[in-house]
Design a protein around this ligand. Structure first.
Ligand code: HEM
Length: 486
């Protein structure tokens, strides 16, 4: 009441219980489904309380725009997650509190990943996607691994000029394990210390302090994840053999009259963060595209007809073809709308108290923007995969790019230009040369595929079987010809 002088109400929401608030009503996993149901009862702005933490769920693009864009000076903070520093993940911009440290980091990421800068990475994207096509041709049943390899090799090449080893790469393995440990520690309820930071001060020998050993293990990994690839670049620069990359560019820009150690530490963190921010989400989007192809044969066929007309069967699509492939573009956009890789995006927080449409919003709550790309007032039958929703009547692409899948305001995804390029090219290339259909079992019956996704910050399609076969001998030859070393 002291901080809410006008005694305005919080936004509506389900009735909280004493002390624990709404904790029992919020499922740990796919909570966006619960928020979707609550929207029908409580509206577009919902308030809940989980123990002492206020959470505001934003259910419409209009409110997201009003708060995260128009009032972005107030709504660009992140919730305080005490475990992040303990795990050694304090360099992760996506989780950083809004302030000077975030600004310094974001400036460097923006410098290297804004649209114009990202154009430089297109040759790498092209090379790695085509390598992925060859891998799929050789071992289609391992398509998920190949998609992982595409995403990892693009990011490692762009960031460190490093060629990823397809099997058990030392840099990639450590980055994946450290990222997984972070994601597990962020799952609601997984680490009590996130809700009760006082636990951080208690000695490790007490029962329930297992999180400290967990954090130590993760800290070791994040240190390796930052140090090893960075040292790799520095050694190659010293030997004059470095491939130009984000890290070498940033190192060359160091002000040698200033505090070199601090500048290097910043570069190390920014470079290491790129893998965790960009690899897994890109894999999710690419896998969703494959899932959509399996389930929507008519959409796949229509995209292939367009591809054959525009690109023909004698070459593979390139970025220069994008504007001439409206249906393929619509297929790509529908992919990132239909199943968002981060269905809850990343929570924002308010850095000061605010009032919105008569409701009181205290400083610091978590703002969870639910999957607005499934708002049936905007997207009719949102569960349906329907690329046509991104086309005008004359077949041209409309102005609706599902940018919300990349977040909002000042915290919008800093790598969206690279993500857009790599996922588009992967989708277009697969459509050009492969037929993706349901797999058959030993008795020749089709194996049915269900749309099921994992839970967590980044959500992936659960493993599914499918058949990925080249669209004829010409397509197989085209794929093989992309191997310059053959
Ligand atoms: C399909 C792929 C991707 C999707 C769907 C995606 C989505 C997102 C989302 C939803 C956010 C949170 C935005 C918010 O808080 O409002 C985010 C943040 C971020 N993303 Fe991406 N992302 C993708 C790929 C990438 C790539 C390849 C990079 C590499 C540079 C990247 C770098 C970042 C960074 C640095 C942030 C943190 C921004 C900040 O908090 O200031 N992302 N991304």
């Amino acid at each position: 009441r002291r901080v809410n002088p006008q005694q305005l109400p919080y936004p509506p929401g389900p009735k909280p219980l004493p002390i624990i608030g709404n904790a029992l009503q919020v499922p740990a996993g796919a909570s966006w489904l619960t928020y979707t149901q609550w929207q029908k009862h409580y509206g577009d702005l919902i308030h809940i309380r989980v123990f002492g933490t206020h959470v505001v769920v934003v259910n419409s693009a209009k409110i997201a725009n009003d708060l995260f864009e128009k009032r972005s000076n107030k709504y660009s903070d992140r919730p305080d997650i005490p475990m992040v520093d303990l795990l050694g993940w304090d360099f992760n911009i996506a989780l950083m509190r809004y302030g000077e440290k975030w600004r310094r980091n974001r400036r460097l990421v923006h410098q290297k990943f804004r649209y114009e800068a990202s154009l430089r990475y297109r040759p790498i994207v092209l090379e790695k996607v085509r390598e992925g096509l060859r891998n799929v041709l050789d071992k289609p049943e391992d398509f998920n691994l190949h998609l992982r390899h595409i995403a990892a090799s693009i990011i490692m090449s762009v960031t460190y000029g490093y060629e990823v080893n397809p099997k058990e790469d030392r840099f990639v393995t450590i980055a994946e394990e450290a990222t997984e440990m972070l994601v597990n520690a962020l799952l609601p309820g997984s680490m009590l210390a996130n809700s009760f930071p006082i636990l951080l001060r208690l000695p490790e020998w007490l029962p329930g302090m297992g999180f400290k050993a967990y954090a130590r293990k993760c800290f070791g990994m994040t240190t390796e994840m930052k140090e090893n690839p960075f040292t790799f670049v520095k050694q190659r620069m010293a030997a004059g053999t470095a491939t130009p990359c984000v890290t070498s560019d940033l190192l060359e820009g160091i002000d040698t009259t200033g505090d070199v150690e601090n500048q290097e530490a910043l570069i190390k963190g920014v470079s290491a963060m790129v893998y965790s921010a960009g690899a897994d989400v890109s894999v999710s989007a690419m896998t969703t595209a494959i899932l959509a192809m399996v389930l929507h044969q008519e959409a796949q066929k229509r995209a292939q007809v367009e591809m054959d007309l525009v690109v023909g069967r004698n070459r593979l699509p390139d970025f220069g073809d994008r504007d001439s492939l409206p249906y393929v573009e619509a297929f790509f956009r529908e992919t990132i709308r239909w199943r968002q890789a981060t269905p809850m995006t990343v929570a924002h927080a308010a850095s000061e108290d605010d009032v919105y449409e008569g409701y009181y919003i205290p400083k610091g709550p978590s703002f969870i923007p639910r999957a607005m790309l499934h708002d049936e007032r905007v997207y009719k039958d949102p569960e349906m995969f329907r690329p046509e929703r991104f086309l005008n009547n004359d077949g041209t692409v409309n102005d609706d790019y599902p940018m919300l899948s990349f977040g909002f305001g000042r915290r919008i995804c800093a790598g969206r230009a690279l993500a857009d390029a790599e996922v588009w090219l992967a989708v277009a290339s697969v459509l050009a040369v492969f037929d993706v259909t349901k797999a058959k079992d030993a008795s020749g019956c089709q194996i049915e595929v269900e749309v099921k996704y994992s839970e967590g910050l980044v959500s992936h399609p659960l493993p599914f079987a499918c058949s990925i076969a080249p669209r004829g001998e010409d397509a197989a030859r085209l794929i093989r010809e992309t191997d310059a070393t053959a």
